[in-house]
Design a protein around this ligand. Sequence first.
Ligand code: SF4
Ligand code: SF4
Length: 99
Amino acid sequence: MIHAIKYLKDVVTLALDESKCTGCGRCAEVCPHNVFDLKNGKASIAERDACMECGACSRNCAFEAITVSAGVGCAAAVIRGAMKGTAPDCACSGKSDCC
Ligand code: SF4
Ligand code: SF4
């Protein structure tokens, strides 16, 4: 049985500079995991651990308010954890080339 996919906690590189945000809402539109909320005319990060670092928000923010290191999102660790029913488990942790 495949368990629900979980992402690593508190490791996502997503960052939002609210001083640059105009509240256009584009990031919330393109994010596939509903990471953003719009409140009081600004974006805010509501579900940080749901971010899979796809980079769509950063690429679509015309005001350069969002940065994220888009990559594979430790896909192997997430899949291994899902297969075993455990938290994501990264075999390369601690090595210099670890993602
Ligand atoms: S796309 Fe950029 S400017 Fe627009 S709401 Fe999101 S962070 Fe703010
Ligand atoms: S990187 Fe992708 S998943 Fe993460 S907040 Fe941006 S659009 Fe959403």
